[in-house]
Design a protein around this ligand. Structure first.
Ligand code: HEM
Length: 526
């Protein structure tokens, strides 16, 4: 149809007249260009680039919210992105269901609407997770997290089993040992009064993750070293960073830290292979993964006509995957830890109910050790963790890259190459679903409540093919941790004017980095 119309419009005579006009215009431009001095040429080029930048921005923006013109030509709000403010993101969410900015050649659309955000999360045909350029160098290009489409879905299938409730039950004893050691340390280091806990909580999170991932194959010294240095990786992978790795820059330190950690994980994997080969039972993620590999191999050898369930993974591949688990968990878990401890310290009534439940599920004996089944019984403590995730979601939005022009809504198509950012925070503070959304109310999560039924708003862990692999791990680990911490400690929080302000450092944290004291308490005290 379109061809027929164009043929009827462009008869042969109009086509040749058009050709003449085009060549006349081209000659005029070339002649004018030749007649310009160097200085005029430079100024003209700059003017053309500036106009092109604004026109290109305006065309991509279409009907969505955002400044009519780029206030800072070319760079856009680049300087602001060095110091991202929560209030800035909030203003964007409030400005419309979709709002845009353009930084250099990158066109960014921030989506606040719940349903549009879900649509983006669930459209792998059009989008893929967006990582900063340097991420492929730090996490290594062959890493599974960079897989897309079917290859990603197939790889994920092999990992999902490592983080089910049943598998996680096996990692609990090793994690409890880490909790005990760190809680004792927290009492010791804060015995003189409240101190900054941001770094301490990052360290315990790293310790808990690494014990779950690598079990006893990793030593306490190695855990400490990785935990101490890990912030270098976070800094290297910030949204604004130089894409080339130059010695002694943030990205260089980040890459060195990642390489060092992966070397440690590869050595752990080699030990785990020997342990499982000798008939050992899994106590950590690595063991569980290697066992599925060996079991598949045995089944295949017994029945050579069958399909190999799980292929063989080298120590290098396992080490890279374990590093991605740490990378995905460390910042988000540290954020949750900071808010959870702060909120519990500030709300003694909630803390008292948690303590009561912790003793009750242990039949009055605080020394009863943790198990998966015991954690299952901690209903109220679990609601406290869930409400913290809603009230202060660690990941407030997730950047995706548009692979092909994406009709996000009836009147807006995101162009190929744009960054589309579905948001999590607005859906979790929707007053129609969560009454008084800016209040912390664990009871809103009781069975059958409006909050519990509103599954579509629960975007804390994303949704779709890239949904968080560690969500069951998070709920179990934090329920167990805060329960133990509250039984054995009074939390004293030094409240400052910045305690409730939100700092954005990949995830979100209290602006004053949480000033806290762990004061020993008798777990049997009322
Ligand atoms: C409070 C803690 C955590 C929060 C809030 C969180 C949140 C998220 C979110 C929002 C995503 C993106 C989902 C999407 O694009 O649809 C994600 C992905 C992911 N998370 Fe988590 N996460 C947490 C902890 C963890 C932990 C402990 C692990 C440990 C294994 C983990 C492993 C992953 C992985 C591997 C992905 C990428 C999955 C893929 O691309 O297939 N996360 N997480």
């Amino acid at each position: 149809m379109a061809t027929v119309i164009s043929q009827s419009i462009f008869s042969n005579s109009t086509a040749s007249a058009l050709e003449e006009n085009v060549s006349l215009i081209t000659n005029t431009i070339v002649d004018t260009w030749k007649g310009l001095s160097w200085l005029q040429l430079i100024f003209t080029t700059i003017a053309v680039v500036l106009v092109w930048d604004q026109v290109s921005y305006h065309t991509k923006k279409g009907s969505i919210a955002g400044p009519t013109f780029k206030m800072w030509p070319i760079i856009g709000p680049f300087l602001e992105s060095f110091d991202p403010r929560f209030s800035g993101y909030k203003a964007k969410w409030d400005s419309g269901t979709m709002a845009c900015v353009s930084i250099f050649h990158k066109f960014v659309v921030i989506v606040s609407d719940r349903d549009l955000s879900r649509k983006i999360f669930q459209s792998p045909k059009y989008v893929k997770p967006c990582v900063v350029d340097v991420a492929t160098k730090i996490l290594r290009p062959e890493n599974w997290v960079f897989l897309d489409g079917k290859a990603h879905v197939d790889y994920r299938k092999g990992l999902n089993g490592l983080f089910t409730k049943q598998a996680l039950d096996n990692y609990v004893p090793a994690q409890e040992a880490v909790m005990d050691a760190y809680l004792a340390k927290f009492q010791e280091i804060s015995k003189e009064g409240p101190i900054v806990f941001f770094h301490e909580l990052r360290e315990i999170m790293c310790g808990l993750s690494l014990k779950a991932f690598c079990g006893d194959y990793i030593t306490d010294e190695q855990v400490k070293k990785i935990a101490d240095d890990y912030y270098l990786v976070t800094a290297a992978l910030e949204l604004v960073n130089f894409p080339i790795i130059i010695p002694y820059t943030k990205t260089w330190y980040g890459q060195r830290t990642a390489d060092m950690a992966m070397k440690t994980f590869a050595a752990c994997s080699a030990k785990a292979k020997i342990f499982i080969e000798q008939g050992g039972e899994p106590t950590c993620v690595m063991d569980a993964w290697i066992k599925t590999m060996f079991d598949s191999k045995k089944a295949f050898e017994a029945n050579p006509g069958s399909k190999l369930g799980v292929r063989y993974f080298s120590d290098k591949e396992i080490s890279e995957a374990i590093f991605t688990f740490l990378f995905a968990s460390q910042d988000a878990s540290s954020s949750l830890a900071c808010w959870l401890f702060q909120i519990m310290a500030d709300r003694p009534d909630v803390a008292a109910k948690v303590r009561e439940e912790q003793l009750a599920v242990r039949g009055g004996d605080p020394t009863v050790r943790l198990t998966g089944d015991l954690i299952d019984k901690m209903t109220y403590t679990n609601m406290v963790v869930k409400e913290t995730l809603r009230y202060r979601p660690p990941v407030i939005m997730v950047p995706y890259m548009v692979k092909e022009a994406f009709p996000v809504s009836d009147n807006y198509t995101a162009p190929k190459g744009a960054m589309l950012i579905p948001s999590v925070y607005p859906a979790l503070h929707d007053p129609e679903v969560y009454e008084n959304p800016d209040e912390f109310i664990p009871e809103r999560w009781v069975e059958g409540s409006a909050a519990n039924e509103a599954k579509k708003n629960w975007l804390v862990f994303g949704t779709g093919p890239h949904v968080c692999l560690g969500q069951t791990y998070v709920m179990m680990t934090f329920t167990a941790l805060i329960g133990k911490a509250l039984m054995y400690n009074d939390l004293i929080h030094k409240v400052t004017p910045l305690s409730e302000e939100i700092k954005v450092f990949a995830t979100i944290f209290p602006q004053d980095d949480l000033i806290l004291q762990f004061k020993p308490r008798d777990p049997l005290a009322a």
